[in-house]
Design a protein around this ligand. Structure first.
Ligand SMILES: Nc1ncnc2c1ncn2[C@@H]1O[C@H](COP(=O)(O)OP(=O)(O)OP(=O)(O)O)[C@@H](O)[C@H]1O
Ligand SMILES: [Mg+2]
Length: 283
């Protein structure tokens, strides 16, 4: 098992962000979604990305994944320019990233096993069927699903199980970078907490870097190393949660100090006491 504290192979793992965004601009017609947006994602961290609905979280993710060409700015993903037209660069990004989109998007006519096998088929067309099946089964189990889930159709699963199946597919190619867009939306609090723990376990076991878009305050407190806040068309702060809580910005103050935030903070403090870990400094 890899050590989560040890960065993976890189020329300069200590200082090189795994994702580097500078001066990003995205606009649709007259609507400017991002303007002069900067963001660094550090290797091996779980970065929580928050912001109001429509603030541009999903568009940011699509830009980083080279699925949308921004109107201006630079984006580097593992040292490669996400705006490049070179198929080798696009391939590099696709090969090294696993994605769980906001709308899930499993193929409904394929079993879970077949869904997970799709990226393997695309990238390793010569792989024998039995090995591909075994690898898909492994990913399904890794995502915390029972083995017989591979034979089921997405419609036969609960919402939480479908999210796990989506994770299994995102991990099919063992990517070092995992993108999750609202993974716990629609789950009950217990299911959401279990999903948070799954993300944390996978991140530690596989040494992943996770770009995690969420509205879920519990998720931010439970598993994120740092939080990037999207507001005013840019990332207004990217820091550990204790620092973000103190940040003087109307949206941040409303979000982190409203009634829902207090409940999430209490849950965090109770968990910390139960685990015998020191609570973060009161702010
Ligand atoms: N393909 C598109 N064409 C036109 N407008 C778009 C397109 N994609 C996104 N937008 C607009 O860009 C803005 C940001 O959208 P985005 O989906 O990134 O928001 P979000 O922060 O992910 O919101 P939510 O929390 O609701 O998922 C929205 O106003 C949206 O309507
Ligand atoms: Mg979105």
């Amino acid at each position: 098992m890899s050590d989560p504290d040890r960065p993976s192979k890189s020329n300069d793992p200590g200082t090189q962000p795994i994702i580097r965004v500078r001066g990003l601009r995205n606009q649709f017609g007259h609507q400017v979604v991002h303007e002069d947006l900067d963001l660094d994602v550090r290797r091996g961290e779980i970065l929580g990305v928050v912001g109001g609905s429509g603030s541009g979280k999903s568009v940011l993710m699509r830009s980083i994944l080279a699925l949308r060409r921004p109107d201006a700015g630079q984006i580097e993903v593992m040292g490669v320019d996400a705006r490049s037209d070179d198929p080798a660069d696009r391939h590099h990004i696709e090969r090294n990233t696993g994605v769980l989109f906001q709308d899930g998007a499993l193929f409904s006519s394929l079993t879970v096993g077949e869904n997970v096998q799709l990226p393997l088929k695309e990238y390793y067309p010569d792989m024998v069927d039995s090995l591909r099946y075994e690898l898909a089964l492994l990913k399904v189990k890794l995502a915390g699903l029972p083995a017989d889930t591979v034979e089921k159709l997405p419609s036969q699963l609960s919402g939480g199980m479908r999210k796990r199946a989506g994770i299994a597919r995102a991990l099919a190619l063992d990517p070092p970078l995992l993108f999750l867009d609202e993974p716990t939306a629609g789950l009950d609090p217990i299911g959401a907490a279990a999903f948070d723990q799954l993300i944390l376990t996978l991140q530690r076991a596989l040494g992943l870097t996770v770009f995690l878009i969420t509205h879920d305050l519990d998720t931010l407190y439970a598993i994120c190393d740092r939080i990037a806040v999207l507001a005013d068309r840019k990332v207004v702060i990217n820091a550990p949660i204790a620092e973000v809580e103190r940040f003087e910005h109307p949206w941040v103050q409303e979000y982190f100090h409203g009634p829902r935030a207090r409940a999430a903070q209490q849950a965090r403090d109770t968990n910390a006491r139960a685990a015998g870990t020191p609570e973060p400094q009161a702010t």
